[in-house]
Design a protein around this ligand. Structure first.
Ligand code: FE2
Length: 304
């Protein structure tokens, strides 16, 4: 997994399988992963002076963070155009965007409170809290969301704080507690999202799959998960239930959860890590509603 080695002058991860058979490999990787793992963001936020043209030093700092934690926060001190966000992401090998039903130009979805268009009525587009998930947890396997960027156009008056957790940390905690939890979460029928027949959106077929899997294309760990209770069917199995309860507890308490309120001009780029959002109150001034821009990609960030 993440024993970094130099290749053509760039760091790239040497991967091993996340399957349970390689105990010695796992232990070495886990120890390296947990060593010096950041517990706060403040000193790790990377200043980006021009989103459309980040410098090689800025890219390198962000990549270093992503190699360690699968995510990084940047501060561009101002908002960014869709074109600038797209150019920024391209520096990390992110090119193939999901064509989301609510995407505007350059694949960007505006996340803000609205009751109109295809976004109306869905929780991300309200001021309510958003429970833990990875993006695209209902997508078909060939449309795995491997990376994403969330850029803050305008921060909330109050609340709107994100919590983020690297899925590799969740994997480590669960495997160390009970390897059978990993087995249960890797079961191909662990988790079912029924089809979406909402007439406002294209029909989404039933989605059945594991929570954790070794991505067949990259060898990296891929996690699909939503903590939502409604419209989710878990495999009826005692170990699966215990694993779910363990994960629920973990997502409340793990010391490596990073909680951060993105300010205007700041953003997080990640390999689609676990995240949630607290409820929020918009700034009272008209036109100052919280606004986040999001792009989802089918690629994983290069060299992570
Ligand atoms: Fe999300």
């Amino acid at each position: 997994m993440s024993q970094l080695h130099k290749e053509n002058g760039k760091k790239s991860p040497k991967t091993w399988s996340f399957e349970l058979s390689d105990e010695a490999g796992y232990t070495a990787w886990r120890d390296a992963k947990l060593a010096n793992y950041p517990t706060t963001w403040d000193e790790s936020i990377v200043t980006v002076h021009d989103m459309a043209n980040p410098t090689s030093d800025e890219i390198s700092q962000l990549l270093d963070m992503c190699q360690k934690t699968n995510m990084a926060i940047y501060d561009s001190n101002r908002t960014a155009t869709p074109e600038a966000l797209e150019s920024f992401c391209a520096n990390f090998g992110l090119k193939t965007m999901e064509s989301h039903r609510s995407a505007g130009g350059h694949g960007v979805v505006s996340i803000e409170q609205t009751s109109t268009d295809t976004r109306g009525g869905y929780i991300p587009y309200t001021n309510k809290p958003l429970s833990w998930h990875t993006d695209g947890y209902y997508n078909a396997p060939e449309q795995r969301i491997r990376a994403m960027i969330l850029h803050c156009g305008r921060d909330a008056g109050e609340g709107g704080i994100n919590a983020l957790l690297d899925p590799e940390i969740a994997y480590i905690r669960m495997r160390d507690e009970n390897p059978d939890f990993i087995k249960a979460f890797m079961h191909k029928e662990c988790y079912t999202i029924p089809e979406n027949t909402d007439p406002r959106t294209p029909l989404r077929p039933i989605s059945v799959g594991p929570i954790f899997e070794v991505d067949p294309e990259t060898g990296a760990l891929h996690m699909r998960f939503s903590a939502r209770g409604r419209s989710v069917i878990w495999r009826d199995d005692e170990t699966t239930l215990q694993a779910r309860n363990f994960l629920t507890h973990l997502l409340e308490n793990d010391p490596l959860i990073l909680r951060y309120k993105l300010q205007s001009g700041q953003g997080v780029i990640s390999n689609n890590v676990l995240h949630n959002r607290t409820g929020l109150t918009d700034n009272a001034e008209p036109g100052h509603r919280r606004l986040m821009y999001r792009i989802r990609y089918f690629e994983r960030m290069a060299n992570t």
